[in-house]
Write a protein that binds this ligand. Structure first.
Ligand code: IMP
Length: 420
């Protein structure tokens, strides 16, 4: 048994948290490999709804090791809040270990994120303002602070050096800020981070693989937000794809076994950037309302639209997806005609079957129409009781995507999950 990877195939918010939680019992270790508190993984079980930002979604399962990998960026303040809210639930939580090589989000990274977004005005990325971009910039710029630095003697010196660089940069922006309080809070919260085991996680994982342990690598965001392959510049600052599991955990490509690709039965996007199948009408509004499409991290309403096959095929290829998981099928109930984008037409009336480099704001989606259904899928006991049109929708997608859809989710609860 090698490492399986689970990641989103669209613009994030596909429901990865729920599925990791559902699959966790098959694994010994759940390892987050990229992103940071820009993510919001929502889990619902036994009447509890809980959102995780940095902590892997296996945390509620006994005997599991949860690992925050080197590819993740950590805000100690948000991390402390997460730990506090987990403790308040009074549930037994499993072990959490953190890579010494994971980078730290400083208060000034958040300020730089906010200042940069403000300066961009209408062209802003619509970032989550969690400091993600500036932190990864310092990582690749070789200036960053890492978890393993916290216990070093000259940590304060390193911190001050980086902070001073940031305050110089902030002078280029017309941006007001107060740092003292943020800084105090940040230093206090390091105490919580220090309580956890900081490990050389790549060596740990290599030993686990050697010992036959089962590992699930958990992604955040989605393929279309990948720094290289997403709709740049409207993307996040890390590799959200399968290759990101290799660099974000120190796992070799030949150790990857199954790749679970998660997608919604429709599409959503939060933040700016192209979205060819976006619906600016009452169906879009309906999907947002029934699907409760509000960001788990920012509370922003998500843009909604029809499922986009060229984008999904692209994501499947980039990730080497072996099994598909379709989420939120219940949200399509009650829609008379469901549309599926099969390709696009550009301004020159040319057929386009992929997401091109050029500005894809102007792409016209071309749709196939399928008959919808009325039955409320959230109450299904078995998938076989679903209307014929649900099965037709699943079969149509499978035929087009050429990968089996192994799990169908019809609601947020662990129980509303069907395996095929
Ligand atoms: P950042 O990652 O905060 O820099 O945001 C960059 C872009 O990625 C923005 O469009 C965000 O809305 C989007 N984004 C970041 N994290 C998530 C996520 O977990 N779900 C959905 N969109 C996200």
């Amino acid at each position: 048994m090698k490492v399986d990877v689970l990641l989103g195939l669209q613009w994030g918010d596909e429901g990865k948290g729920k599925i990791v939680d559902v699959l966790t019992n098959n694994y010994d270790i759940i390892a987050r490999f990229q992103g940071g508190p820009n993510a919001g993984h929502t889990l619902e079980f036994d009447g509890i709804k809980h959102v995780l930002h940095t902590i892997p979604s296996g945390i509620f399962h006994k005997g599991i090791i949860n690992l925050i990998g080197n590819g993740v960026v950590i805000d100690p303040v948000i991390f402390e809040n997460e730990i506090n809210s987990l403790n308040k639930l009074n549930l037994e939580i499993s072990e959490l270990v953190i890579s010494k090589k994971a980078h730290l989000i400083l208060p000034t990274h958040k300020l730089l994120d906010a200042a940069s977004e403000q300066a961009k005005g209408k062209n802003k990325i619509g970032s989550t303002l969690k400091g993600i971009g500036p932190t990864y910039m310092d990582k690749t710029g070789r200036n960053g602070l890492r978890v393993g630095d916290i216990k070093s003697k000259n940590f304060n010196e390193k911190y001050t050096k980086l902070k001073n660089k940031h305050t110089e940069l902030l002078k280029f922006f017309d941006f007001e800020y107060k740092l003292d309080e943020l800084e105090n809070r940040w230093f206090k919260s390091l105490k919580t981070l220090k309580k956890f085991k900081h490990i050389e996680s790549e060596h740990y994982l290599h030993n686990c693989i050697r010992d036959g342990k089962k590992i699930l690598a958990e992604g955040a965001q989605g393929t279309l937000l990948d720094i290289d392959f997403g709709s740049y510049p409207f993307v996040t600052s890390s590799n959200t794809i399968t290759a990101g599991a290799c660099t974000g955990l120190g796992i070799a490509p030949n150790q990857i076994n199954d790749v679970f690709g998660i997608f919604k039965a429709y599409c959503t996007r939060v933040g700016s950037g192209p979205f060819p199948t976006e619906l600016d009408d009452e169906i879009g509004e309906h999907l947002g309302k029934i699907g409760n499409e509000f960001g788990a991290t920012t509370g922003r309403s998500r843009r909604c639209g029809w499922i986009d096959l060229p984008a999904l095929k692209y994501a499947i290829n980039i990730n080497g997806v072996t099994q598909l998981i379709m989420m939120k099928s219940d949200v399509l109930s009650g829609i008379e005609t469901i549309k599926v984008c099969t390709h696009y037409m550009n301004n020159d009336n040319k057929r386009i079957d992929y997401l091109p480099f050029e500005d894809n704001e102007d792409l016209q989606p071309i749709y196939k129409e399928l008959k919808g259904w009325h039955k409320n899928l959230m109450e299904l006991e078995n998938l076989s009781d679903a209307p014929k049109e649900v099965h037709d929708y699943i079969s149509y997608l499978e035929n087009e995507l050429k990968i089996p859809i192994k799990i169908i989710s019809v609601g947020p609860d662990r129980k509303q999950t069907f395996f095929r």
